[in-house]
Design a protein around this ligand. Structure first.
Ligand SMILES: Cc1ncc(C[n+]2csc(CCOP(=O)(O)OP(=O)(O)O)c2C)c(N)n1
Ligand SMILES: [Mg+2]
Length: 355
């Protein structure tokens, strides 16, 4: 597939999505720039051993990340994968709290216990941050079930990768969501790879809208390198899920410019392919469009980048200077079933007379 002519274009949908008002368009661009600068710095911090565990960057996918968040109301729910720093930032979690989480610090959004894969912010209704491929899909349906049960108008947006559509959870969840009429949108971020395996080699059905349709869930496809097209497609799906109380699927065609994680030598794809996709980098593409349409000028975009860099500098300083969680907090946040779990597995000493 040529990245310049995305096969993602939905028949009848214009090549570029509709622009919102000038203020919103500028905010979308500024947020994509913040996400990009944040992740570049997170990658640097990882190589300097400031960040432990895994680190998955979504560099190249910012139009899908920010487009998704901007298709939701504050009362809607968002649940994502391990590639989710940008989702938290776009939903409004402070860069300081996200960076401190990567640094394993007590001031992080999960108290430093989750790390990169487990960013979480209940206040912003960003429900994580999940490391198990496809594991977040039934959990997302659970959020939608509670909305349906309470009879409110909330929608859940559940982000998953192309690779995750091969998990049993995908089929099981879409089936039950269709049967029960759950208000959920499954956003399949099709970056064409599951780790080092291309979609043609990991999925017998590469048309992921069709894969959802086979399970009773209607879908749309969008150009995930264009934030306006992505936001419009997700808005359309969210509106159907909200008003008709049924699940929808959106397949966003995109590409990650970096490796799967920081430990990926990228032997499975050519530099030429990566370079060709970089020509469609969603950030300069949207910036150019906003200049052409008279929404912003070059100086305004440069100022946005300076502000993004300053925000990331402040986040790194905050994370660096924050304390690690103290040993006295070791037993906090542990889920245990009262006295049913005994011995060293339990955070509570067993009763004296227990076996
Ligand atoms: C159940 C499970 N199996 C395997 C893994 C290892 N793993 C982590 S990411 C990944 C690839 C997933 O690809 P995709 O769903 O396309 O998401 P992407 O990484 O491209 O965003 C795999 C196999 C895992 N985390 N969980
Ligand atoms: Mg993928």
């Amino acid at each position: 597939m040529s990245p310049r002519e995305p096969e993602s274009a939905v028949p009848g949908r214009p090549a570029l999505g509709p622009l919102p008002d000038a203020e919103a368009a500028a905010e979308w661009l500024a947020t994509m720039m913040l996400v990009r600068r944040f992740e570049e710095r997170a990658g640097e911090s990882y190589t300097r051993a400031k960040v432990g565990g895994f680190l998955h960057l979504a560099i190249g996918e910012e139009a899908v990340v920010v487009g998704a968040a901007r298709a939701l109301k504050p009362t809607d729910w968002l649940i994502s994968t391990y590639r989710s720093h940008g989702h938290a930032l776009a939903r409004g979690t402070k860069p300081e709290a996200v960076m401190a989480e990567l640094y394993g610090k007590a001031t992080g959004s999960s108290g430093g216990r989750g790390g990169s894969m487990h960013i979480f912010d209940l206040e912003k209704r960003f429900m994580g941050g999940w490391g198990i491929v496809g594991g977040n899909v039934p959990i997302g349906a659970g959020f939608a079930l509670q909305s349906s049960y309470r009879g409110n108008d909330e929608v859940t947006l559940c982000v998953l990768g192309d690779g995750a559509t091969n998990q049993g959870t995908f089929a099981e969840t879409l089936n039950i969501a269709a049967l029960w009429g759950l208000p959920i949108v499954f956003l399949v971020v099709n970056n064409r790879f599951g780790m080092g395996t291309s979609i043609e080699r990991h999925s017998a059905v590469t048309d992921l809208v069709r894969k959802g349709a086979g399970l009773g869930v209607d879908g749309l496809r969008c150009d995930g390198m264009d934030i306006a097209a992505t936001q419009a497609a997700i808005c359309e799906a969210v509106e159907i899920a909200r008003s008709e109380q049924r699940p929808m699927l959106v397949e966003a065609m995109t590409y990650r410019f970096r490796g799967h994680s920081m430990a990926d030598p990228e032997k499975y794809r050519s530099k030429e392919q990566v370079d060709e996709w970089k020509l469609r980098d969603p950030i300069p593409a949207f910036g150019k469009r906003l200049i052409e349409e008279g929404v912003l000028d070059t100086a305004a975009i440069e100022a946005m980048d300076t502000a993004a860099l300053a925000a990331v500098d402040a986040a790194v300083k905050f994370a660096d200077e924050s304390p690690v969680p103290g040993p006295e907090t070791l037993q906090e946040g542990i889920y245990e079933l009262g006295g049913q779990v005994h011995g060293w597995l339990s955070a509570t000493p067993p009763p004296k007379d227990s076996p």
